[in-house]
Design a protein around this ligand. Structure first.
Ligand code: AMP
Length: 448
């Protein structure tokens, strides 16, 4: 037996408890219903804007992320879960290329890779894609920050970089947040220039930062050389007055970028979108150009960003594809849902409609039959597998949050009827099968 297997076989004999790994968690009922509703609402809204679902693998070659997100970013530099193909049973031993894979820390790189690989530039119009699923970053876990977290994102890839596209993407985002009731939010927008004007600004920023290096903390000192834009992200109180005096990108945009940003402001105004300009919004990932944006929400403490996004016109080309423009965003579902829960404004989600309280073996076949018919009509029905005392049955129906108990006993079987008890006020009705189906169906339609 190989050493690893031997080690594993001694481990399995030891008695121990298993827990979800630090930074990961289970999403359980009833929260999972809220999650499903949140995700379904995103699908509904995004599809009205002509976006369609894309599903990419949860792991990709490490190099894909390194190239697109940037090697000097925290995400790539220290937060990826990376593994090598060393133990790949399909590899042919020594001749196998030594590749490393990483769990995706975000999905834009994967979508860009899929766009190129599947030649989506040949499809009519822009590729408008949305996705949802788990992302992985080895960050220090805290409230609203996990190692496995969930994002819902959307991307537009194509030939046009018209500001109307940026504005429509933002409109869709705002409409979605409103639809789910996430209203205590702020949208920040900025432009970080393009490959023509940004490098000059970054150099200027670096020079200015070198002059004040001694007054900065160690992280910012390091970033002067590696990624000076990220210094603008700093939340350290003692750095704030220094940052306030740094040159601003808006004063250094080239004419095209300035015009793009002005047009975006106009387009947002046309759509009635309320936002704040924030010159310090640079975003952590390398691939952004021009438009960047972020949405923050209340009730989250320091991890208050619920969505980040922007334009990434050079990304597809950087990954070996044809010249392509792109813009997109990613919503952090964990935080958005947390903010909704903290804000106390949650949707009423339908739970269990009917609990079938059957008594006596003679009632059982009727109970099985009517349960199937109610379920076919789209109602959530619980049918106890074993007979229960009447009181216990009603008690359980109540605890499970059922709206109704459907009572089927000797009397009901004899008279070919059902007794429907509304648990909220104990009102009872005797109904024929047809009346029962009609009544519950109209109730269901009414509650939607
Ligand atoms: P980013 O991909 O870094 O632009 O992040 C987009 C959004 O994903 C953020 O605004 C957060 O809401 C969410 N997010 C990023 N990292 C985490 C994390 N470790 N845990 C929970 N949510 C996260």
């Amino acid at each position: 037996m190989p050493a690893r297997a031997r080690e594993a076989s001694t481990l399995v004999t030891e008695k121990r408890e298993f827990k979800a790994i630090k930074g990961t968690r289970d999403i359980l009922p009833p929260d999972s219903a809220l999650w499903n509703w949140f995700e379904q609402t995103a699908r509904d809204v995004f599809e009205t804007y002509g976006f369609r679902d894309i599903r990419t693998p949860v792991f990709e070659e490490t190099e894909l992320f390194a190239r697109s997100i940037g090697v000097e970013t925290d995400v790539v530099n220290k937060e990826m879960f990376t593994f090598s193909t060393g133990h790949d049973p399909d590899s042919t031993g020594e001749s196998a290329p030594d590749r490393t894979y990483s769990l995706r820390p975000e999905a834009t790189a994967s979508v860009a890779r899929a766009y190129i690989e599947n030649e989506m530039q040949t499809l009519p119009g822009n590729a408008k894609l949305y996705y949802m699923g788990p992302m992985f970053r080895r960050e220090r876990p805290q409230k609203g920050r996990y190692r496995q977290f969930y994002q819902i994102g959307a991307e537009v890839l194509g030939q046009s970089d018209a500001p109307a596209i940026d504005a429509e993407v933002l409109e869709m985002l705002v409409v979605f947040f409103k639809r789910v009731g996430l209203t205590r939010t702020t949208l920040y927008v900025n432009s970080i220039g393009c490959k023509d004007c940004r490098p000059q600004y970054v150099e200027l920023l670096r020079e200015k930062l070198r002059e004040v290096k001694d007054q900065l903390g160690p992280d910012s000192q390091r970033r002067i050389e590696t990624n000076p834009l990220r210094v603008l992200d700093s939340k350290l109180p003692q750095e704030q007055p220094i940052i306030a005096k740094l040159p601003r990108i808006s004063d250094h945009l080239c004419a095209e970028c300035r015009e793009h940003f002005a047009k975006l402001n106009e387009e947002l105004g046309l759509r009635g979108i309320v936002y704040e300009e924030n010159w310090r919004l640079v975003r952590g990932l390398d691939y952004y150009t021009r438009t960047t944006f972020e949405v923050t929400a209340e009730g989250l403490g320091s991890q208050n960003a619920v969505c980040g996004g922007g334009r990434y016109d050079g990304l597809v080309e950087l990954l070996g594809g044809p010249p392509t423009k792109g813009i997109g965003f990613a919503i952090g579902s964990d935080r958005a849902i947390l903010s909704m829960q903290e804000g106390g404004k949650l949707p009423h989600l339908p739970g269990l409609a009917v609990f079938v309280a059957w008594m006596g073996q003679a009632a059982y076949p009727t109970a099985v039959n009517i349960t199937r018919k109610l379920r076919t009509a789209g109602l959530a029905v619980e049918l106890p597998a074993e007979e229960m005392k009447f009181k216990k049955s009603l008690g359980l129906a109540d605890k499970l949050g059922a709206s109704y108990a459907l009572i089927i006993g000797e009397d009901e079987v004899a008279s070919n009827t059902f007794t429907l008890k509304r648990l909220a006020d104990s009102e009872q009705k005797k109904l024929s099968e047809l009346e029962l189906l009609e009544y519950l169906e109209s109730e269901r339609r009414g509650s939607r």
